[in-house]
Design a protein around this ligand. Structure first.
Ligand code: ASP
Length: 354
C-alpha cells in the first residue's frame, strides 16, 4: 500500500505521528451533496495551529481515505502495521477515524498492539473540518496534546484511547452513543481517563500504568467468522436457528436483556444448547450500556450457565465481537478460549465476568 506522508512541523520536544484514515473529520460535499472523504493535505490548511503546538508532527494518510462504515480487518492490520513500522521513531500516535466504527477499531487495536507502552489516541469529528462550527479542530488539537503529555519523559497515557468532546476514554470501553450531538462517545462502565477543560485533568488511578520495559508485539491474525444474535421479545425460533446454524460462524456475541436475561422457552434454550454442543461459542453481553451480565441472578439466565453460554460481564458489544475475532485469529480454543473471553486481557472488562 502506498501511504502519503507529510511533515507538518519538524521542531518540538515530543513527536507524534497522525494516521489519517478518513471519516467525517476531513470530508467535503460531493456534487450530489453527500459527504465523502478528501485528502489530508487540505486539512492542514484548515488547522494552521498544528504548526504552533511545539510538537514534531507527521501525517501518514491512507491512500484512499474511507468512511469508517467501510472499515475491514485489513484496515485494522494497516493501522497496526503503520504503528509497528514507526514505533521507535515517534512518542505517540493519533488516529483520525470516522466516528461510526471508531469504538470497534479502538477495541481491536487494543488487542492487536500487545505490549504497547505509548499513547495511541483515536479521534474524529461529528462535523467536517471545513464547517464553521466543526468539532474537528478541538478534537485533533487536544488529542495531540494528550498524546504528547509526559512526566519526566514517560508518557502519561500508554494505551489505546478515544478522545472526543473533552473526554479521554479507554478505547476498549468506549461506545458511540449519539449521532447528532458533539458528545458522541462514552464509556459507561469505566471511568473517564482524562477531561479537558482549562487544564487537562488526568485520572491517574484509571489509566493503564506505564511499563517502560514492555515491548510491542503486534498480533495480525484475525478471524471474521463471528456473528451477533440480538434477542428481542417475539423473536422466532426460525430466526434464532438461522443465525446460530450459520456453519461459518465459530462464535456469537448474544445481546441479552438487562443483567444477561433471555427468554427461557424450551425452543430457545434448545437452540443455544445445540449451538454449544456443535462447538460454537456464545458470549452473553447486555443490551444495556451500563451494568453487567450476571448469569444466574434470575431464573431466566440460570439455565445459560448450565448450557455453557459464557458471561461477558460488563464488556461492550464492540469490544466483545472484536475480541472474538482476535482470539479466533490467535487460534485459541477450548478452556483457554473460554477463560480469555470471560477475563480481561487489556482492561476491556472487569477483571472476571460473573
Ligand atoms: N460515516 C462517518 C464515518 O464513520 C461518520 C463520522 O466520521 O462521524 O466515517
Amino acid at each position: 500500500m502506498k501511504y502519503k506522508i507529510v511533515n507538518i512541523n519538524e521542531s518540538g520536544e515530543r513527536s507524534v505521528l497522525i494516521i489519517y484514515t478518513g471519516g467525517t473529520f476531513g470530508m467535503v460535499q460531493d456534487a450530489s451533496g453527500a459527504l465523502a472523504p478528501f485528502n489530508f493535505g487540505k486539512v492542514v490548511d484548515r488547522v494552521p495551529e498544528l504548526k504552533q503546538l511545539g510538537i514534531r508532527l507527521t501525517v501518514i494518510s491512507f491512500p484512499k481515505p474511507i468512511d469508517s462504515s467501510n472499515i475491514l480487518l485489513q484496515d485494522w492490520k494497516d493501522m497496526a502495521y503503520i504503528i509497528e513500522e514507526n514505533y521507535a521513531q515517534y512518542d505517540a500516535f493519533v488516529i483520525l477515524h470516522g466516528t461510526d466504527t471508531m469504538a470497534y477499531s479502538s477495541s481491536m487495536l487494543s488487542y492487536m498492539l500487545e505490549g504497547l507502552n505509548k499513547p495511541v489516541i483515536f479521534t474524529g469529528a461529528q462535523m467536517p473540518i471545513g464547517s464553521i462550527r466543526s468539532d474537528a479542530r478541538e478534537n485533533l488539537i487536544t488529542a495531540l496534546e494528550i498524546a504528547s503529555a509526559h512526566n519526566d519523559g514517560q508518557p502519561i497515557v500508554s494505551e489505546v484511547c478515544v478522545y472526543f468532546n473533552y473526554l479521554l476514554l479507554r478505547g476498549s470501553r468506549s461506545q458511540k452513543l449519539r449521532s447528532s450531538t458533539f458528545a458522541a462517545f462514552e464509556s459507561e462502565n469505566y471511568p473517564v481517563l482524562a477531561e479537558a477543560g482549562i487544564e487537562i485533568e488526568f485520572n491517574y488511578s484509571a489509566l493503564m500504568p506505564h511499563n517502560p520495559k514492555s515491548k510491542l508485539k503486534v498480533k495480525y491474525d484475525l478471524d471474521s467468522n463471528v456473528s451477533i444474535l440480538k434477542i428481542f421479545p417475539g423473536i422466532t425460533e426460525h430466526v434464532v436457528r438461522t443465525i446460530l446454524n450459520d456453519s461459518s460462524a465459530k462464535g456469537f456475541v448474544m445481546e441479552t436483556f438487562g443483567s444477561g436475561n433471555t427468554m427461557n422457552f424450551n425452543w430457545f434454550l434448545d437452540c443455544l444448547k445445540d449451538a454449544v454442543n456443535d462447538g460454537k461459542t456464545i458470549l452473553n453481553v447486555s443490551q444495556c450500556i451500563g451494568g453487567e451480565v450476571h448469569q444466574g441472578r434470575y431464573e431466566t439466565s440460570k439455565r445459560l450457565n448450565e448450557i455453557g453460554v459464557l458471561s461477558g460481564g460488563d464488556i461492550t458489544t464492540e469490544a466483545a465481537i472484536t475480541k472474538m475475532m482476535f482470539l479466533f485469529g490467535s487460534k485459541k480454543e477450548g478452556e483457554e478460549l473460554d477463560y480469555l473471553l470471560t477475563h480481561s486481557i487489556v482492561g476491556e472488562m472487569d477483571h472476571v465476568a460473573g
